[in-house]
Design a binder for this molecule. Structure first.
Ligand code: NAP
Length: 349
């Protein structure tokens, strides 16, 4: 292999406090990287990214505002970060060898990069029978977020009435399927009729509706939840959360995974939820969570999810973009209803 490589990487050129980042905010540049192992410090690796995970939270790191998710903002001119699957090209850490495949939770969005070996890395077992992409999907951030929300916070019981928003997406598809496996009655909402069909026919939800055509959310929830909602897995926030709070049963749980309908707005412009008082009368437990705060549960999750996937009890769908140049387009796609399943970039076309 050559001793240097040209690598393309996405950096933040300007903050985007509102809307979806455009080519004014995110720019692709090419850098030259030495592949000489002596060019990197001890406990560092040179890796080649194979797959890049595209997630809604990444947009919130580009606003220049510390609010809501409270993740540190990407600095201007810095390479943006994402979860990746990568191959080790050079190693200055005895725990990693050239050719190892790793999962990196916070990688530069780059073709090649130098990363510290101490943080956020997990090796993929070469004997694993699962496709590599699943380590960013069912066995990665979306699968784990779904599992924490349903199993740890949702406390599902057979017969519980469960509602999942953004139900055809990376997290939503797993949240509903996990609740079904617990014997719950599960309804999902999504933004297209094609995805309503997918949710019902492939993800096995009991029913689903298109919130863009059934715009009277109160009427829709009346229709789909004649006996009220016991668990609402919230991916979207805003008016859907408000509508749900009019249909919750006593002691309902609301694991708040995210609020994608609000990510494009500065916080003073975000939609208020007017009926929070229902939480008092119905003694509702609403709990925001970050899957990254539950590392002690990751082992239980991975074991359970891997067997569900292998046994075909849980189905995983991927939307794969090709080439690192597709990062901007794929990130923007999350804020439309154009895709379903987990959005991933295959770096090499
Ligand atoms: P995703 O569902 O694969 O993609 C985003 C989807 O959100 C879109 O496909 C679209 O689907 C829906 N959406 C976009 N704009 C919307 C709007 N204005 N109103 C309603 N729905 C809208 O994304 P994901 O990775 O699975 O993430 C889902 C949620 O989980 C996000 O809020 C994300 O931030 C959160 N999350 C949280 C954690 C955690 O640890 N707490 C971890 C991962 C993800 P429709 O066709 O349904 O509109």
């Amino acid at each position: 292999m050559a001793s240097v490589v040209e690598s393309r990487e996405w950096h933040l050129a300007a903050y985007a406090p509102e809307g979806v980042p455009t080519s004014d905010h995110l720019k692709l540049r090419t850098v030259t990287l030495s592949l000489d192992v002596d060019s990197i410090p001890d406990h560092h690796l040179i890796v080649q990214n194979i797959f890049i995970s595209v997630d809604p939270y990444q947009r919130t790191l580009m606003s220049g505002l510390e609010d809501g998710l409270y993740f540190p903002q990407t600095k201007l001119n810095e390479v943006v970060s994402a979860g990746t699957i990568a191959k080790v090209i050079r190693s200055r850490d005895n725990s990693y060898r050239e050719g190892d495949i790793i999962v990196n939770l916070y990688s530069p969005v780059a073709e090649y990069c130098v990363i510290p070996s101490a943080l956020h890395l997990r090796k993929v077992d070469p004997a694993s029978e699962l496709p590599l992409q699943e380590y960013l999907s069912s066995l990665g951030l979306p699968g784990f977020a779904a599992w924490v929300g349903i199993e740890v916070i949702g406390d599902p019981k057979p017969g519980s009435n469960v509602f999942v928003s953004a139900a055809a997406g990376g997290v939503g598809m797993f949240a509903g399927q996990l609740a079904k496996l617990k014997g719950c009655r599960v309804i999902g909402s999504t933004g297209s009729d094609e995805k309503v069909k997918l949710i019902k026919e492939e993800f096995g939800y009991d029913d689903a509706f298109n919130y863009k055509t059934e715009t009277d959310l109160d009427a829709a929830l009346n229709k789909y939840f004649p006996n009220g909602i016991d668990i609402y897995f919230d991916n979207v926030g805003g008016e859907m959360l408000e509508a749900v709070l009019n249909h919750v049963n006593t002691h309902a749980r609301i694991p708040v995974c995210g609020m994608i309908s609000q990510y494009k707005k500065i916080w003073t412009e975000r939609q208020g939820v007017r009926n929070l008082l229902n939480m008092v009368g119905k003694e509702v437990r609403m709990e925001g969570f970050l899957m990254s705060s539950h590392p002690n549960r990751f082992g239980d999750f991975a074991k359970e999810m891997e067997s569900y996937i292998k046994e075909g009890k849980i189905i995983s769908k991927l939307k794969i973009y090709h080439g690192i140049e597709s990062y901007l387009e794929s990130l923007g796609s999350l804020f439309t209803s154009s895709n379903f399943g987990k959005v991933i970039i295959e770096v090499k076309k």
